[in-house]
Structure formats: structure tokens, C-alpha cells
Write a protein that binds this ligand. Structure first.
Ligand code: GAP
Length: 473
């Protein structure tokens, strides 16, 4: 049973320290959110899962971390200065501002049809570089990146030559991106500052690009399922030709059911990520030697040519790109919604249980003393916490009765609780309680670390692996 709506997660996230409204003490800042102690752990665990899956377990992908502010020319030649905009309209009655392509001719605030003509609004955030920069000084103008991808393209040659890579290979990056969205909203689904996990996979011009999009879609479906997201809440959307981004020949979006409460099935879905075939558009656009249709140099500003020399065929060409681009925040939200469940205890009380996959759970084991006024029990529980910490994320908690402590850990998704009781002082054993079944098992303290690790591993699904060519035995 996933969460019935996003609001349920907003309230759980705030109550339990996952995500807080940003700048709240000053009245907030339109759709900005801060990750709290548990949210930052969850988000880090998702990013680590992605990095391990692509950069460590495959043998054909390198990672980088490029700057957020790049030379403005990057955005000129990527096409973002000219085309990265949304159509904007104002309501003449109530002055509300909205995206023209998301409404049906009526103001979403007051319902009036008295709207201005749509005009293009560039979504890149502007900033000025340098201490002496004047307002409107074009020489000082720079942008916060609206996608992490361009930092990968401009480093293509650096990575390829230093890491001695041959096609096909990929470059992965995780980082913040910024878009001045006209209508941000729905919690962390659409914000102006967000985080992306992008990978550019460089292939030969004669590769089967459209088929490769399908292959990456399948791999990502497998990865999302390994995070605990149910297949019934994932769906594919082939982006129609007229709606493709300026660089794309084909894009398939993986959609998540973020709005299960909506009556019409087709309105329940929103994009979780996109997988695009970007052709050789970006490497060619940033290259000093590439020519346009008339044979003129297309980029007189670039000092380097991002082409690739293929040794076996002795050909030089611009590699083509398949790009799986996912959002960290949207993945966090999908994982939280899918993990949400409720259960009634034997007193008839409804309890929230967050059935997070153990690999994503912010805390793997909570060590709880049954009596906090008994120094021997407290001492033993604290010693167990300390001994576990090197192998897994554990916390010690004595801030309530045992029932309350269990309930709190269930609600934040801690897979296992370890209780130290009076008997533990005699038999050097503890009770391990399972979040999902509430079943309990007695385990010797000397065997506890290994036992917990085994249980956590057994309950964490593995993402789909690919045998990359250089690893074939
Ligand atoms: N480089 C290609 C690219 O950026 P995109 O579809 O515009 O493609 C990729 O963005 C992913 O980034 C989206 O699928 C979504 O998960 C995330 N994303 C984009 N805009 C976002 C926003 N305003 N708030 C939160 N996540 C966003």
C-alpha cells in the first residue's frame, strides 16, 4: 500500500526529520526544501546505489564532478540560451503567472480566460561574476547550470584521453542543477534547485541508437525496482516528436504514480526520469572543427575539437550519445511514497511503517535499552551501538518506552531494532525485532554484527548487472 498522496509524505517527512520547508522562519521560499538528518541519509544512499551500480559494478563508465557555473559560451553552444524556455502567460484579472502549456486556456488561480499572449521565458538562473560586476554587464553574465550534462560533454576529451577509453563508454555525474521554474510545486517534485544523476553514454555513429534507448530503459526499470519501487507504479512514456528537447531524436520517460488520488488514471503520472538519444549534437556543437550545413565553422569560440579517432577503422567522428537523466529528489519522493504503509497493532492503533529497502534506510539498526534507569543495561546497549558502528549505521535511543521507540523506528524505516533487557546481562544475548513482521529473535551479542549484516543483505534486492566487454571472461 503506497502513500495515498504526496501530502501524507510531506507531513511524515517534516514530523520525522526527512525534509523541512526551507527558510520557514522567514515565511518560506516558494517551493524550496531542506533535507533533514534522515533525508540526507536517504538521499545519499540513493546516490551511492546509483554510483555503485554504474561506476563501480560496470566497467565502462567513469565518474566526474564538474563546476556548477561554466563559461557562458557553454550555454550558447549547447542551445540553452536560445531554446531553454517555457511559454509564460499572465492572468489580466488576478495577475497570476503560469505556464501556458500546462493550462487549458483558463487561469489556474481564478478561472478567468482573460490571459496575455504566451511569451518565452528562459529558465536559466543568471548571476554576475566578479566583485566589480555591474548589473546588466554582459561580460560578467553567467548561469547556474540547468543540467549537469554539459559539464560532461565539455570534459569528454579530458576523460577519454586520461582514462584511455575506447567507445562505447560513459561518463556519470551527480550534482545540483537550477531552473527558474514558472510553477514549481508538489513538494520536492518540481523545485528551482534540484539534484540530477546523469550519465552520457558515448557510442559509434552507426550503433543501434533507438534500440539502445530501450536497453537503458530496461536497466533503469530494474534499478528503480531494486530500490523497492513497485513495477505497478512505474510506466513508460514515449515523448511525441513535437515535444522533444532541441537535442533529442528520441526520448522515453519513466513515469511514477505520484498522484494515486486522482480519479483519471492518465493524470496520476509524472516524469521520474528521461532516457534520450542526443545524437552527436552536443559534442559537435562544442567542437572547433565542426561545420554547419553550408560548410562554415559552426563554433568559432571553441579551442578544441571533441571528435574521436577510431583506431580499427581509422575513422574520425563525433560520438553519438544515449543519456539516462534521473532526478535525485524525484527518486527520493518515489521511494518514500512506495515504502509507505500502515498497520494496525493489537490495541487497534494505526501505525505507519516505512518499508524502505535496507540499503536505503537511513538507520540500519536501533539499539534500545529496555530500562533506561538501569546503568548496566544502558552501558551494554551503548557498547553494542559502538561496536556495530564500523560495520553499519546504528543509533542508540532511550527517549521513550519500548513500544514508542519501536513505533518511531518503524516510521523512519529502520529495518531492525535490537533490545537489551535484564536477561541480556545474564545470557549475553539480545532481542532483534523485524520492522515488517514485528517478529523477534534472540541473538548472541558475539554473533550480532554478522547476523544483522546477513539479514540486511538478504532483504536488499540487487540492481541488474551488465557484463561489459572488457570484463568478459
Ligand atoms: N540532461 C537532460 C535533462 O536534464 P530533463 O528531463 O530536463 O533532462 C532530467 O531532467 C531529470 O531531472 C527529470 O527527469 C527529473 O527527474 C529531474 N528534474 C528536472 N527538472 C526538475 C525540477 N524542476 N525539480 C526536480 N527535479 C527535476
Amino acid at each position: 500500500m503506497p502513500a495515498p498522496n504526496i501530502d501524507t509524505i510531506v507531513s511524515l517527512a517534516k514530523r520525522r526529520g526527512f525534509v523541512f520547508p526551507s527558510s520557514e522562519i522567514y515565511g518560506g521560499l516558494g517551493s524550496a526544501w531542506d533535507y533533514g538528518p534522515l533525508g540526507v541519509e536517504l538521499s545519499n544512499n540513493i546516490k551511492q546505489s546509483w554510483w555503485r551500480w554504474l561506476v563501480y559494478e560496470r566497467d565502462d563508465i567513469e565518474g566526474i564532478d564538474s563546476s556548477i557555473i561554466l563559461n557562458r559560451l557553454v550555454w550558447k553552444y549547447s542551445g540553452h540560451e536560445a531554446t531553454f524556455h517555457d511559454p509564460l502567460v499572465d492572468c489580466r484579472e488576478c495577475k497570476f503567472r503560469m505556464r501556458a502549456d500546462k493550462i487549458e486556456g483558463k487561469c489556474t488561480n481564478c478561472g478567468s480566460a482573460n490571459l496575455t499572449e504566451p511569451r518565452n521565458f528562459n529558465m536559466m538562473f543568471r548571476t554576475l561574476l566578479g566583485a566589480a560586476a555591474e548589473e546588466d554587464d554582459p561580460a560578467a553574465l553567467a548561469y547556474l547550470r540547468p543540467e549537469t550534462a554539459q559539464g560532461i560533454f565539455i570534459n569528454f576529451l579530458n576523460v577519454q584521453t586520461t582514462m584511455r577509453r575506447k567507445l562505447p563508454f560513459g561518463i556519470a555525474q551527480i550534482g545540483k542543477s537550477f531552473r527558474n521554474e514558472i510553477t514549481p510545486g508538489n513538494f520536492i517534485l518540481r523545485t528551482r534547485e534540484f539534484e540530477q544523476m546523469e550519465m552520457e553514454y558515448f557510442v559509434r555513429p552507426d550503433a543501434e541508437h533507438l534500440k539502445m534507448v530501450d536497453e537503458w530503459v530496461e536497466l533503469y526499470l530494474g534499478w528503480f525496482k531494486s530500490l523497492g519501487i513497485g513495477g505497478e507504479n512505474l510506466q513508460l512514456h514515449e515523448v511525441p516528436a513535437g515535444e522533444l528537447a532541441h537535442y533529442s531524436k528520441r526520448t522515453v520517460d519513466i513515469m511514477y504514480r505520484y498522484f494515486p488520488e486522482r480519479a483519471e488514471e492518465e493524470r496520476q503520472w509524472e516524469e521520474l526520469m528521461g532516457i534520450a538519444y542526443r545524437t552527436d549534437f552536443d559534442l559537435r556543437s562544442h567542437s572547433s572543427k565542426a561545420t554547419d550545413a553550408e560548410g562554415n565553422r559552426a563554433n568559432p569560440d571553441s579551442t578544441d575539437d571533441l571528435s574521436y579517432f577510431d583506431e580499427p577503422t581509422k575513422q574520425r567522428f563525433y560520438p553519438h550519445v544515449i543519456e539516462p537523466a534521473a532526478g535525485v529528489n524525484r527518486t527520493v519522493l518515489a521511494v518514500l511514497m512506495d515504502a509507505y504503509s500502515e498497520r494496525t497493532n493489537d490495541k487497534g492503533e494505526t501505525r505507519v511503517i516505512l518499508k524502505l529497502s535496507p540499503q536505503l534506510a537511513p538507520i540500519k539498526a536501533a539499539i534500545l535499552p529496555l530500562a533506561k534507569n538501569k546503568p548496566e543495561i544502558v552501558g551494554m546497549a551503548k557498547a553494542i551501538k559502538r561496536s556495530l558502528q564500523p560495520v553499519l549505521r546504528a543509533v542508540y535511543d532511550d527517549t521513550g518506552g519500548i513500544g514508542k521507540l519501536y513505533a518511531r523506528q518503524d516510521e523512519i524505516g529502520t529495518p531492525l531494532c535490537v533490545t537489551v533487557d535484564h536477561q541480556s546481562l545474564e545470557d549475553e544475548a539480545v532481542t532483534v525485532r523485524d520492522r515488517d513482521t514485528w517478529e523477534q529473535e534472540r541473538v548472541k551479542v558475539t554473533e550480532l554484527a554478522e547476523y544483522l549484516q546477513r539479514r540486511l543483505k538478504a532483504a536488499s534486492p540487487v540492481p541488474p548487472l551488465v557484463d561489459t566487454p572488457s570484463l568478459e571472461i
